[in-house]
Design a protein around this ligand. Structure first.
Ligand code: NAD
Length: 545
C-alpha cells in the first residue's frame, strides 16, 4: 500500500497515523524531506517495539505507564497498536481497567494532548458544527460518555473522556476496527463531584450537572448530528449513570444502531462465563439460581439476558425471572418493597425482607453469586463458605471494577471455598498454584465482546443492534473456551486469543443482522472470512511504492 504523502516531512513525523519514526527507510527520508530530522540508523519495527516495551517496563507506577502509552498513541499509532496486540495481558490492563480508572481520577493532572471530541452543555445549537471539526468523515463507531458513572468510581465529569479513548483503542486492537473509523466523544454537562469542580486543574465545565429537558435536548442534538455528519455511524453509550443509561438505550435502540456496553456487553460476557462454568459444574442454565449483589445496569442487564437464555431452554419468562434474585443497597429485592422501579420490580419475588447479603445467600440458595455493586469485600469468607456449603462448585463472579472495588479477590474465592469456586472477576487477578494445578482466573472482561459486536454491526451495516445479537455473542464467546482453559478453572479464553474471538463474535452478530433483515450490505458467502478480511492490522505504509 502506498500512503498519501503530506507536503512536509516534519508534518509526517507529527501525524501519529502516518509517522514511522526511526523506521522511515533511506529512500523515504530522501523522498520526503526527512533526511537529518531523524537519527541516522534505520530501525526495524521490531527494534522500535523492543524500545517502547523497554521504556514502558522501566516506568515504576501504573499511572506512569498509562501516560507513556498515551504519548505513544499520539506519536506512532502503528507501534501503539502493535504493542497492545502483541502484549495484551500486559498492556490492556493499563489502557483499560484497572489503570484507566486511575487515569480518570487524574485526567486534568496528566493531560497532554486532546483526543476525541468534547461536546459541552454550552454547545447546544451548534453540536453539528462541533462534530464537523473532526478531520475525517470516515467515522463508523462513536463511544460516548457523560462521565457520570465511571467504572465503580462514580461521577468523574469530563475526566470520563479517558474511557471512550481506551475503549476505542480496544475496538481496534481486539477486533481490528480501523483507528480512523473510531471517534471518542465526551458530553460535558458538568459534574456533581464537588472535589473535582474545586480542582484548579479540572478541564471540564466546573458546574453542577445539567439535568432534565436540557440534558435530553443536548443528547438528542448530539445523536442527530452524529448520524448526519457520520452517516450510518454506530453509537455506543458508555458509563452513563443508571437512570440515564436505561432511558437513553430505550429511547434510541428502536431507531438507530446503538448499544450500551455496561448493560448489554456485560450481560453477554457474563452469560458466556456462566455457560463455561456449567461445563465444569454440570447442569443446565435453566436450572441455576442467580443472586446479584447490586441491581443496576450490570446486574439487570445480565439478569435480562440470562432470562432470555433460560427461555431458550424451555422456561417461561416468569419461571426464568423467578430464578434471578437481586440484592441492592436496601437489601433483598422482594415484592413487598415499595421503593422499586419497574426494572427491579420484574425481579421482586415473594419473601420476607433480608438486609444482610450472607443471610440472603442462605435463604435463596443460589448456584451463582454475581457482584456488581462496587462494594469492595462484600463477598466475605462467610459468604463464600455459605456458597461452598450449598454447591459443589459455587459460581462466584466479582465483577465490580476497578480492582479496589472487587467483591473479593481470586485468592479469597478459591481459599474460602476449598478451591471449588468457579471464579471470574471484572479486574485481572494472577494465577494461583493450588495442590497439583494452577488456577487461572480470567477476567469477565467486556472487551471479549464489545469489539466483536461493533465489528459485526459495522460489517453488516445493521440498522439496529438487537438482543439476539448479544445472545449470539455470548454463545460465540463461550464456544471459544477450550477443555484446557476449563481444566485451569478459566471461564474465558486467554486475552491473547481476543482477535479470533472477536472475529467469531462479529460473524455471529452479522449473521443475526442478516437473519433479522436488518443488514444493509449484501451478505458475503463466507461471513467469517469476510469479517477477517475487514480487520485492521497495524502495519507501516510505504511512501515510496
Ligand atoms: P449501577 O450504578 O447501575 O448499579 C450499582 C448497584 O449497586 C445499584 O443497584 C445499587 O443499589 C447497588 N448498591 C450500591 N450499594 C450497595 C450495597 N451496599 N449493597 C448492595 N447493593 C448496593 O452500576 P453498574 O453499571 O451496574 O456497575 C456496578 C459495578 O459493576 C461497577 O463497579 C462496574 O465497574 C462493574 N461492572 C463490571 C463489568 C465487568 O466486569 N465486565 C461490567 C459492567 C460493570
Amino acid at each position: 500500500m502506498t500512503a498519501r504523502i503530506p507536503e512536509s516531512g516534519v508534518n509526517l513525523l507529527r501525524d501519529p497515523a502516518l509517522n514511522k519514526g526511526t523506521a522511515f527507510s533511506d529512500e523515504e527520508r530522501d523522498a520526503l524531506g526527512l533526511r537529518g530530522l531523524l537519527p541516522p540508523h534505520v530501525c526495524s519495527p521490531e527494534q522500535q517495539l523492543a524500545r517502547v516495551l523497554e521504556n514502558l517496563r522501566r516506568k515504576s507506577s501504573a499511572l506512569e505507564k498509562y501516560i507513556d502509552l498515551r504519548a505513544l498513541h499520539d506519536r506512532n499509532e502503528m507501534l501503539f497498536f502493535r504493542l497492545l496486540m502483541d502484549y495484551p495481558d500486559e498492556v490492556m490492563p493499563i489502557i483499560y481497567t484497572p489503570t484507566v480508572g486511575l487515569a480518570c481520577l487524574n485526567y486534568g493532572h496528566i493531560y497532554q494532548r486532546p483526543r476525541g471530541i468534547f461536546v459541552s452543555a454550552e454547545d447546544r445549537g451548534r453540536v453539528k458544527r462541533v462534530l464537523g471539526n473532526w478531520p475525517s468523515r470516515e467515522v463508523k463507531i462513536i463511544v460516548v460518555t457523560d462521565g457520570e458513572r465511571i467504572l465503580g468510581l462514580g461521577d468523574q465529569g469530563a475526566n470520563g473522556m479517558v474511557i471512550p479513548v481506551g475503549k476505542l483503542a480496544l475496538y481496534t486492537a481486539c477486533a481490528g476496527i480501523h483507528p480512523a473509523h473510531c471517534l471518542p466523544v465526551l458530553l460535558d454537562v458538568g459534574t456533581n463531584n464537588a472535589a473535582l469542580r474545586r480542582d484548579p486543574l479540572y478541564l471540564g465545565l466546573p458546574q453542577e450537572r445539567v439535568r432534565g429537558a436540557s440534558f435530553e435536548a443536548l443528547v438528542d442534538e448530539f445523536v442527530a448530528a452524529a448520524r448526519e455528519v457520520f452517516p450510518d455511524v454506530l453509537i455506543q453509550f458508555e458509563d452513563f449513570a443508571n437512570h440515564n443509561a436505561f432511558r437513553l438505550l430505550e429511547r434510541y435502540r428502536g431507531r438507530i444502531p446503538v448499544f450500551n456496553d455496561d448493560i448489554q456487553g456485560t450481560a453477554a460476557v457474563t452469560l458466556a462465563g456462566l455457560l463455561s462454568a456449567l461445563r465444569i459444574a454440570g447442569g443446565a442454565l435453566k436450572d441455576q439460581r442467580l443472586l446479584f449483589l447490586g441491581a443496576g445496569e450490570a446486574a439487570i442487564g445480565i439478569a435480562d439476558l440470562t432470562v432470555s437464555a433460560m427461555m431458550r431452554q424451555g422456561l417461561s419468562e416468569r419461571a426464568a425471572r423467578e430464578r434471578c434474585w437481586l440484592f441492592d443497597s436496601k437489601g433483598l429485592v422482594i415484592a413487598s418493597r415499595i421503593d422499586l422501579d419497574a426494572r427491579k420490580r420484574r425481579y421482586a419475588h415473594e419473601r420476607a425482607p433480608i438486609s444482610d447479603f450472607c443471610a440472603a445467600v442462605k435463604a435463596v440458595q443460589p448456584t451463582a453469586i454475581i457482584g456488581a455493586a462496587a462494594v469492595p469485600g462484600a463477598f466475605t469468607r462467610e459468604v463464600i463458605a455459605a456458597m461452598a456449603a450449598i454447591n459443589v462448585h459455587p459460581i462466584v463472579f466479582a465483577l465490580s471494577n476497578p480492582t479496589s472495588q472487587s467483591e473479593c479477590t481470586a485468592e479469597q474465592a478459591y481459599a474460602w471455598s476449598g478451591n471449588r469456586a468457579l471464579f471470574a472477576a471484572g479486574s485481572p487477578f494472577d494465577a494461583i498454584g493450588v495442590a497439583d494445578r494452577m488456577l487461572v482466573p480470567r477476567q469477565a472482561n467486556n472487551s471479549y465482546v464489545f469489539p466483536g459486536i461493533g465489528l459485526g454491526a459495522i460489517v453488516s451495516g445493521t440498522r439496529l443492534v438487537t438482543d439476539a445479537m448479544f445472545m449470539a455473542a455470548a454463545y460465540a464467546l463461550a464456544e471459544r473456551v477450550t477443555a484446557a482453559d476449563l481444566s485451569h478453572g478459566s471461564l474465558y479464553p486467554p486475552l491473547s486469543d481476543v482477535r479470533a474471538v472477536s472475529a467469531h463474535i462479529a460473524a455471529a452478530v452479522a449473521r443475526v443482522a442478516y437473519e433479522e433483515g436488518l443488514a444493509t450490505v449484501p451478505q458475503p458467502e463466507d461471513l467469517l472470512g469476510h469479517v477477517k478480511s475487514q480487520m485492521y492490522e497495524p502495519r507501516y505504509p510505504s511512501y515510496t511504492g
